[in-house]
Design a protein around this ligand. Structure first.
Ligand code: LLP
Length: 425
């Protein structure tokens, strides 16, 4: 039973009531907007943002929300109104930020290993805060575009600190054999060369060691290496204004009593200790920690079927709506919107897509379910909708944002006409 004190905004007000997001019943939302449906709590996103704000209050900082985690315009607008900056990785994400919160353009950091000339131009014109540059070739391109447009480009080198972080191999990024960043040992020479180019301004140094990292220790280790480098550069006449610690702080997908405030404090202390006497601005790029637990994917059971010894619960949501279980063997808690009595049974929860990999859970113990029941897949606010697709020509889900006692549609369900609109035949 989800308690109200849980690290999630989803709870049952009583043993026979339907699951709610804050004060709003998910049964009602499913009736009004259909399923599959993403539901997010604005209050929880704001609370999580406030945790970072207060943990970092002792130092000049900017929290740049990683747009890739959930790029809904309404969520970007909400975070911008709280003072967030943004970490973007494409021209598309830049356009989203400019649309949702044009006033936040100066609080944008542009990351990513493969920026194109057109994307760099758009970001220069928008006057973003800084480019996190990932290779010497990219730095050369940035200098060229800056000259062409007539605007100096502020940059940070994204360093590869060669730090091991215990996470899924697909989302670990901070080791030398990964494609990300520049070998930290080569950085001084690159900064020195860039100092001679009048179109480049060395603004900071950045790292991002991976995602869903539960321990604060590797963050500290990475920042220690970066701050050593920054002190060395200062002694050599290059004074950087910012250190960007990247994103990556993980949540607990299993434990509902996960203490988010304690986690953020521990993380902030690890960074603080590692920054030493650096007195510039600290940038961080959290994505998942801000939005994952604020969101659930609500889906309806279409069929319950048996194949031999196995029972399959077939839902109307599929891997195209939430690909994390299929792609990273990720665990998402699954709870009924209205619980039935009876002994839990071991089932696989699967979607309608024609792939064996289309599952949300395997051998999961769930209370009895029948066709028509609603389920909520929890902790789906990050990398859920953002990684959705039209595979099997399935329309993308609708999204609802719950604010206090109110809920509003922030993205209507896609239609097949939307999907066909871009095609020529
Ligand atoms: N900054 C950079 C440069 C990044 O590459 C990322 C995530 C972040 C910040 C935000 O990381 P976060 O705080 O959300 O962990 N799709 C995967 C996660 C991929 C993360 C990619 N980079 C998943 O569903 O687990």
């Amino acid at each position: 039973m989800l308690r109200k004190t849980s690290s999630r905004p989803f709870h049952y007000p009583g043993p026979t009531s339907a699951l709610r997001c804050g004060k709003v019943s998910l049964e009602r939302l499913a009736r009004e907007h259909g399923t599959p449906l993403y539901v997010y709590s604005a209050d929880q996103i704001a609370e999580r943002f406030a945790l970072f704000e207060s943990a970092l209050a002792g130092r000049e900082h900017l929290i740049c929300y990683a747009v890739k985690a959930n790029s809904a315009l309404a969520i970007l607008k909400l975070l911008a109104s709280l003072g967030a900056g943004f970490d973007i990785v494409s021209g598309g994400e830049l356009e989203r930020v400019l649309k949702a919160a044009p006033e936040a353009a100066g609080r944008v950091v542009f990351s990513g290993v493969g920026k194109t000339a057109a994307e760099i131009d758009a970001a220069l014109r928008a006057n973003v805060l800084v480019f996190n540059v990932e290779s010497e070739a990219e730095l050369a391109l940035l200098a060229g575009r800056a000259r062409k447009i007539g605007k100096r480009a502020r940059f940070s080198l994204r360093m590869n600190p060669d730090v091991f972080a215990d996470t899924h191999p697909y989302i670990s990024t901070g080791m030398r054999e990964h494609k990300f960043g520049i070998d930290i040992r080569r950085a001084p020479e690159i900064y020195k060369r860039a100092a001679k180019n009048r179109w480049l301004e060395a603004h900071g140094a950045s790292v991002h060691i991976g995602s869903q990292i539960r321990s604060s220790e590797p963050f500290g280790a990475a920042i220690e290496r970066v701050s050593k480098l920054v002190s060395r550069l200062k002694r050599e006449g290059i004074a950087l204004k910012a250190i960007d610690a990247g994103g990556g702080l993980g949540i607990d997908y299993y434990d509902q009593a996960f203490d988010a405030a304690a986690k953020v404090n521990e993380y902030a202390q690890a960074l603080e200790a590692a920054l030493g006497d650096f007195d510039g601005q600290l940038l961080i790029e959290p994505g998942r920690f801000l939005v994952a637990q604020a969101g659930a994917l609500v889906t309806r059971v279409l069929y319950v079927k048996k194949n031999g010894k196995k029972t399959f619960v077939v839902t109307d949501a599929a891997m195209n709506d939430l690909i994390r279980p299929a792609l990273y063997q990720a665990h998402h808690e699954i709870v009924p919107v209205r619980s039935r009595s009876g002994k839990p049974r071991t089932v696989d929860v699967v979607g309608p897509v024609c792939e064996t990999g289309d599952f949300f859970a395997r051998d999961r113990k769930l209370r009895p379910l029948e066709a028509g029941d609603l389920l909520a897949l929890l902790d789906a606010g990050a990398y859920g909708m953002a990684q959705s697709s039209n595979y099997n020509s399935r329309p993308r889900a609708a999204e609802v944002l719950v604010e206090g006692a109110k809920a509003r549609l922030i993205r209507r369900r896609e239609t097949t006409a939307d999907q066909l609109a871009a095609e020529l035949y």
